[in-house]
Design a binder for this molecule. Structure first.
Ligand SMILES: [Ca+2]
Length: 522
């Protein structure tokens, strides 16, 4: 049935949609598989193909050498939850006031009636799956609405993902278990899980009361439930047989991703696949498998980058082994910029040396400055992409519309309102890029256009001493020329009032224009 549907889609849409992609064999064009490798908190300067020297990432470098490496690419926001919301829905996360960093017991932020890029791929006839970090909430209702001991719905399976194997939030938040298709795996029904973000459970040791039980100590926050010798954000009790082991995160989710690729091979299923693989690396707690200890001189943060690269290598090898490399579009990126001390005493600061996770940019995770959202972005599709580097401006919010162009599956009315069809740019065939890019920090919005960057004034904190990150917020307008001053050192708003006015008006218009794709803003 599905195979028929796909062929039907191809017959009617491929001649148009693949016209720009396939030059001589469009009759035989099969839609590509799509694998998104979505890193967590990996900064612009953390990979060797982006200039890192203190860590080697040969598998990512291979991807870059065989595809297009983008230098001016942006995540939707400077933290996990809003960034993930944006890439999956094609809507700027600032349009909703509940897309901030989610608790582990938050209800699902993407509503079950929302149409996601996974829904689009499913409707286009793809096998779809999400594996790894989720951090977009689960269930519906208030906080703590989930039945961790039963079926947890809605979840990714209700918004377009046919298969899911996820952690509810992050490695540093309870519940510390993996959830497969809505059920906690390895759970003993006689030892039910309880989760709370407000009240500790009587008798359960906490990081702040029992530091002697910890193998990794918090530097700020992260002093509640202890699991695997590491204290977390949030409380939990029970579910002992289901608790994860941090050292095995990468092995566990990478193995699931490789199995997904093998099981969903189009030669077996008759349809292509779409896999969203969210690594936990290099988010805190950074506890890579012991075999990566000492891979770098930077301690766990550097070693977690090496582990991330290993995961990438496993995915690429699985594609090679299955004969799928040529017709698989692989996108590798990160959800936000880098942070060094993000809450654990893991020697990241002490052993950083000359390494610059933020590359040539200012700020980091959480920040309105470039390093908050300027991220690595690499796309490989051997059948259709000539390797190279592109400085076109691209944003992850466009994934949705790009997938629509790729598959010929139309975007339903009102879905993905801020997602633009930038396929030619993503495939390295055009150097045009987006007309403008919207950035979102923890406290304000910014806009980048024609080399200028304007940061909307905000009363939010300018600096976070815990993470030692300049947040880029200021009560006065900030204007930078990213071409002559990519490090945003010199605020030239005072000398350029007309440009400030124009950009301030534009971002106001973007805020009030609910569907920017079809607007006259472009
Ligand atoms: Ca992140």
């Amino acid at each position: 049935m599905v195979r028929l549907k796909l062929k039907t889609i191809l017959r009617y849409t491929a001649p148009i949609l693949f016209a720009g992609i396939v030059s001589c064999d469009s009759q035989n064009a099969e839609p590509p598989n799509v694998v998104i490798i979505y890193a967590d908190d990996i900064g612009y300067g953390d990979l060797s193909c982006y200039g890192a020297r203190a860590v080697s990432t040969p598998n990512v470098d291979r991807l870059a050498a065989e595809g297009v490496r983008f230098t001016d690419a942006y995540a939707c926001a400077a933290t996990c939850t809003p960034s993930r919301y944006g890439i999956l829905t094609g809507q700027y996360p600032f349009r909703r006031n509940d897309t901030g960093v989610a608790r582990g017991d938050a209800p699902m932020i993407i509503r079950k009636e929302q149409y996601t890029v996974a829904s689009l791929m499913q409707d286009a006839g793809y096998s779809t799956g999400v594996i790894g970090k989720w951090h977009l909430g689960l269930g519906e209702g208030d906080f703590n609405c989930q039945d961790w001991n039963g079926i947890i719905r809605p979840g990714p399976n209700e918004i377009g993902f046919g298969y899911s194997y996820i952690m509810a939030a992050t490695g540093d938040r309870t519940p510390c278990v993996f959830i497969e298709n809505g059920e906690v795996i390895n759970l003993d029904p006689d030892d039910p899980i309880e989760v709370s973000y407000t009240t500790p459970f009587e008798g359960e040791p906490l990081g702040r009361t029992h530091p002697e039980l910890l193998k990794m100590h918090p530097s700020h926050g992260h002093d509640m439930a202890i699991v695997n010798g590491i204290s977390r954000i949030g409380y939990m009790r029970g579910g002992k047989s289901a608790l994860w082991v941090d050292e095995n995160f990468a092995d566990s989710i990478t193995l699931k991703a490789v199995k997904f690729i093998e099981k969903k091979n189009p030669e077996v299923t008759g349809k292509p696949f779409f896999l969203f693989f969210g690594t936990h690396d290099i988010h805190v707690p950074r506890v890579p498998h012991p075999r990566f200890a000492g891979a770098t001189d930077m301690g766990p943060r550097g070693d977690a980058i090496a582990e991330f690269d290993w995961s990438v290598g496993q995915i690429l090898e699985a594609l090679d082994r299955s004969g799928l490399t040529d017709n698989t579009l692989v996108i590798l990126s990160s959800d936000n910029g880098p942070v060094v001390d993000d809450g654990y005493r893991d020697q990241a600061v002490e052993r950083l040396g000359d390494h610059k996770p933020w590359g040539p940019f200012r700020g980091g995770k959480y920040s309105a400055f470039e390093a908050g959202t300027r991220i690595p972005f690499i796309i490989r599709w051997p059948e259709h992409i000539n390797p190279g580097t592109s400085n076109a401006g691209v944003s992850q919010v466009d994934l949705f519309a790009v997938m629509s162009q790729l598959t010929g599956q139309p975007i339903p009315e009102n879905a993905a309102p801020d997602s633009f069809g930038e396929l030619d740019t993503w495939l390295g065939k055009s150097s045009e890029g987006r007309d403008y890019i919207v950035q979102q920090s923890t406290g304000t919005l910014s806009i980048v256009e024609e080399g200028w960057k304007y940061i909307v004034p905000s009363k939010a904190s300018r600096y976070n001493p815990n993470t030692n990150i300049e947040l880029g917020h200021d009560t006065i307008p900030q204007l930078y020329n990213l071409i002559s001053n990519p490090s945003e050192a010199i605020n030239i708003a005072g000398e350029n009032p007309q440009i400030v006015d124009k950009m301030a008006q534009k971002i106001e218009k973007i805020k009030t224009t609910l569907i920017t794709r079809e607007s006259d803003l472009n």
